[in-house]
Design a protein around this ligand. Structure first.
Ligand code: SF4
Length: 696
């Protein structure tokens, strides 16, 4: 192997790669020895090096001057401005007037230090991150049902060995192409793939059975599948009796989800519901995987419960090559939700309201337990409160482009403009950075050390391969400097990633996500270590549910759930469903990928995908531009007509900004448990069709 071993900066698959060359001429190769990607990378991974020497790279802090212009500044005066701004806001409005917004893309060390900065230096309860909009519904359901939130509670390699895979609301052929080799291997072994998706995606086209449900009807479909399995006596009654609790209430609930009714609600023909249930009922091993399609809904937690119920009723959870898992999207979506940048959480996946957890973490940090703030509002609520009484007046953003990725984004953009101080740390002038009072230029993935935790709970090591450009600092250096200025160097002594990881290990010790036995050396030597890993001589835990369920009673818990439908139903004025998602060529808000030539050539602009019949109904022809409207605003997209769409559903990718921003349209209806916004479904209409040559 030539080049330095590391991992991709983008999605939760965290493909292993080697990096060599120099910025401007970086060579990247997939690592064939890593069992997750086995040498494969997607086009985003291959081209990730281009961002390092990109001409738009920020190399100097920017501070908004008296004319309102972002002008280059020294680090000292930019940091002075931030320190004084934070102190002034907190003096005038109280500690909670300062807030912190993090990201599922940050390394574990950054997520940890960002949470510590919020709790120890700012002592604010206003800290949350964009992962709230990504995996929080799956996390909430998994914790309640299985006692643990570890995306996949088994290695990715298990996927190829299951008889049946059910993939719900995840288009991995576009978002995580190297994962498809595991699905192909499963098919080659004689396995069956069932895809549940409102669109006929590239992944759905690879399926044995595609259940093309209406957006927002996942619970009805899962309950319908379980109804058939109960009716046909295909349950694992011994597992239900010996290892679980609460099934009788689920049995009663699913009794009314007979296939004809499920077809009326979901649009999935009853014959396909029967067929999918039959395949599941006959499987010796089945894995059910949920993604954002099912989770980013105002009933996302219930949707996940419905699919976990299915896996439990079949006795699949805790069994080898079987179970339920969540396809985590962001690069460190898993680790990012374990170490304290979430509003209700302390490192090690501990609750900030748990007295023992508070005492443990306070002791590691060298502060008094009573000085730690309590739980705060979730991401959207934090942002929606900005500039209002009791809300945040000064916000530090790290690794997130809120202006593009927030639901109901125009509303959040207005709230950002109401802040007294907005500080954004980024390596490009993102749409959010462009609104900031201070922008700090940061290092990128190949310019710093750190760990991430993949979608399967495997800790991985990213290496510094190149020095950052002159004028740029790492996020850890920024956090350390701010922490030391606000709370003293004793509490923020270092910006060294390994030393911070060692502190994180102590803080996580004894918690649900226990990293205390994992070291940089072990990760490098073993190619990754699965948590929990409580001792250095502990082998790590690839399949944590094989030894039992870490719930209070040791049993998995069924949750009876009913179909409710989306928060905003369609009607005569808003007759279409709008759903949003990702494309192969772009990642999240597109801050990086829209700047990479090969990727922007592949996907230069967003589109609205609709069925031919829908296009005919609304007078849309190929080449037209379409103004799509919801109750929150409108945006314009090129029409893409396809056989792949339902005739009641529009699809728009969400990687773009301005008048092409999909999240201008999305709704912020929040799941009552996870506080996940309903990014995946709202009512829309085609407001206007702009013919070629007309002005939009
Ligand atoms: Fe990177 Fe994800 Fe593509 Fe792998 S699948 S190369 S981790 S973006």
């Amino acid at each position: 192997m030539t080049g330095s071993p590391t991992h991709c900066p983008y999605c939760g698959l965290q493909c292993a790669m080697t990096v060599s060359g120099r910025p401007g001429a970086v060579e990247i190769a997939g690592d064939p020895a890593f069992p997750v990607n086995r040498g494969e990378l997607c086009v985003k991974g291959w081209t990730a090096g281009e961002a390092l020497a990109h001409p738009e790279r920020l190399t100097s802090p920017l501070v908004r001057d008296a004319r309102g212009v972002l002008a280059p500044s020294s680090w000292e005066s930019a940091l002075d401005r931030i320190e004084h701004g934070l102190r002034e806001v907190q003096t005038r409005h109280g500690r909670d007037a300062a807030g912190v917004f993090g990201s599922g893309s940050l390394t574990n060390e950054k997520a940890y230090l960002l949470g510590k900065l919020a709790r120890v230096a700012l002592r604010t309860r206003h800290v949350d991150y964009n992962g709230r909009w990504c995996m929080s519904s799956a996390a909430a359901a998994a914790r309640a049902s299985l006692g643990i939130d570890r995306g996949l509670p088994f290695p990715v390699e298990d996927i190829a060995l299951a008889d049946v895979i059910v993939l719900v609301g995840a288009n991995v052929a576009e978002t995580m192409p190297p994962l498809m080799q595991h699905l192909r291997a499963q098919r080659e072994r004689g396995g069956t793939l069932i895809v549940v998706d409102a669109r006929t995606t590239a992944t759905a086209r690879a399926a044995t059975v595609h259940l093309r449900l209406a957006p927002g009807t996942d619970t009805a479909l899962a309950n319908g599948l379980l109804h058939v399995l109960v009716r046909d006596g295909r349950l694992d009654e011994a597992f239900i009796r010996d290892r679980t609790e609460g099934f009788e209430r689920v049995r009663a609930v699913v009794a009314s989800y007979w296939p004809e009714r499920v077809e009326r609600v979901t649009g999935v023909p009853e014959g396909l519901v029967e067929e999918a249930a039959r395949l599941l009922g006959q499987a010796r091993t089945a894995i059910i995987l949920t993604g954002r399609g099912a989770e980013q809904q105002s009933h996302g937690t219930e949707n996940v419960h419905a699919f976990i119920n299915l896996a439990l009723a079949l006795g699949m959870v805790g069994k080898r090559h079987a179970g339920w898992g969540c396809i985590t999207g962001q690069g460190n979506g898993q680790g990012g939700r374990e170490h304290g940048q979430k509003a209700d959480q302390l490192p090690g996946y501990r609750s900030i309201e748990d007295p023992a957890a508070r005492a443990h973490v306070a002791a590691v940090w060298g502060v008094r337990e009573e000085d730690l703030p309590r739980s705060g509002p979730s991401a959207f609520e934090l942002l929606d409160g900005m500039g209002r009484d009791g809300g945040v007046r000064a916000l530090l953003v790290m690794g997130s482009n809120i202006v593009v990725s927030s639901p109901d984004a125009s509303r959040i953009e207005r709230r950002l403009r109401a802040l007294d101080l907005l500080v954004v740390c980024d390596f490009f002038l993102s749409e959010t950075a462009a609104l900031a009072h201070v922008v700090l230029p940061t290092a990128q993935w190949a310019e710093e050390d750190g760990t991430t935790t993949s979608l399967e709970g495997r800790l991985l090591l990213r290496h510094r391969v190149f020095a950052p450009p002159p004028g740029v600092r790492t996020d850890l250096e920024i956090l350390r400097e701010l922490g030391a200025r606000l709370a003293g160097s004793r509490l923020f002594p270092t910006s060294d990633a390994r030393e911070i990881f060692d502190e994180l290990r102590r803080a996580s010790a004894g918690g649900p996500a226990d990293y205390s036995g994992i070291t940089y050396e072990r990760i490098a030597r073993e190619g990754g270590v699965f948590w929990p890993c409580p001792r250095e001589d502990h082998p790590g835990t690839p399949r944590p549910l094989e030894s039992g369920f870490p719930t209070p009673g040791g049993r998995a818990r069924f949750h009876p759930v009913l179909h409710h439908g989306p928060a905003e139903p369609t009607d005569d004025a808003w007759p279409l469903w709008l759903t949003t998602g990702r494309l192969l060529a772009h990642y999240q808000s597109g801050t990086q990928t829209r700047r990479i030539a090969a990727l922007s050539t592949l996907a230069p602009e967003p589109f609205v995908e609709m069925a031919f019949s829908t296009a005919e109904r609304f007078g849309v022809a190929p080449g037209d531009r379409v103004v799509v409207a919801t109750r929150r605003g409108q945006a314009t997209f090129a029409a893409r007509l396809t056989d792949d769409a339902r005739d009641d559903t529009l699809f728009v990718p969400f990687h773009w900004s301005g008048d092409r921003r999909a999240n201008t349209l999305t709704i912020a209806a929040l799941d009552p448990t996870s506080r996940m916004p309903e990014l995946k479904v709202c009512a829309a209409r085609i407001a206007r069709v702009v013919k070629p040559g007309e002005v939009a």
